[in-house]
Design a protein around this ligand. Structure first.
Ligand SMILES: Cc1cc2nc3c(=O)[nH]c(=O)nc-3n(C[C@H](O)[C@H](O)[C@H](O)COP(=O)(O)O)c2cc1C
Length: 223
């Protein structure tokens, strides 16, 4: 199976949520693809404070919040389709905080994200509101983790899928025909590239993380 995780980085269930789900639906039309979806809406994810607990102890983050429940899905996936609303011409604050909390993955399972596939979706209220910059921030996040980036395969979505919602939630996104077309093409391309890479690599066992410890082991109080 090719496992694709869709992530919506909006703090609400709206246009980004809808766009990521559309991309996942397209990806799931490829035989052998299995998908999961997570939304940051309603989740509490505290910022990384670089306490280095993960680096020193080779354990997942000790901060107690909703992030603990996401690590298993992040590790499960072969590929990611990540959508962000455009906030001030870049990704949302919650999504940036979420990415910062991926740091333990590197320290606990070194190289675990190498060669995994990433596709970016940026959803702005305005037609030219910063979608390319937002997708670029996502692409650079993928690159910083050693991942392989895929765009939509050309026309209208070189660096990812760009959607305009006119601030009208899922309905607004759905009415952007070009945006929805690029979202679906991105979903298919992510599935295709992930399948090629997996065929070349073979089916490696899934790495399952240990649950984070309930208390820090060096006597300090968890942040
Ligand atoms: C704090 C904030 C900043 C925003 N900045 C931009 C922006 O720079 N460019 C833009 O096109 N839309 C901007 N928007 C509008 C959102 O990107 C747009 O409504 C988007 O569709 C929201 O996605 P959602 O429905 O998934 O939450 C901003 C919205 C908020 C709340």
């Amino acid at each position: 199976m090719i496992k694709i995780l869709g992530i919506s980085g909006s703090p609400r269930r709206g246009a980004t949520d809808h766009s990521v789900r559309q991309a996942l639906e397209a990806a799931a039309s490829v035989p052998g693809v299995e998908t999961r979806f997570i939304s940051l809406a309603g989740k509490t994810i505290k910022p990384c404070v670089q306490c280095d607990y993960c680096r020193r102890n080779k354990k997942l983050c000790r901060i107690k919040d909703d992030m603990a429940g996401f690590y298993e899905s992040i590790l499960w996936a072969d590929a990611y389709i990540i959508g962000s609303p455009v906030y001030n011409m870049t990704i949302s604050g919650p999504l940036q905080t979420f990415f910062n909390r991926w740091r333990p993955l590197h320290h606990v399972y070194k190289g675990v994200l190498d060669g995994r596939v990433g596709g970016a979706i940026a959803v702005g209220g305005s037609r030219n509101g910063g979608q390319e910059l937002t997708a670029s921030a996502l692409v650079h996040m993928f690159l910083s983790r050693g991942m392989v980036v895929v765009g939509g395969g050309g026309f209208d979505c070189y660096g990812g899928a760009y959607v305009v919602s006119h601030d009208r939630l899922a309905k607004g996104a759905q009415e952007d025909e070009i945006g929805m077309d690029s979202v679906r093409r991105l979903g298919l391309r992510v599935a295709q590239l992930a399948a090629w890479i997996k065929a070349g690599r073979g089916d490696e066992p899934v790495v399952v993380p240990e649950p984070p410890p309930s208390e820090p082991e060096d006597g300090r109080v968890a942040p």
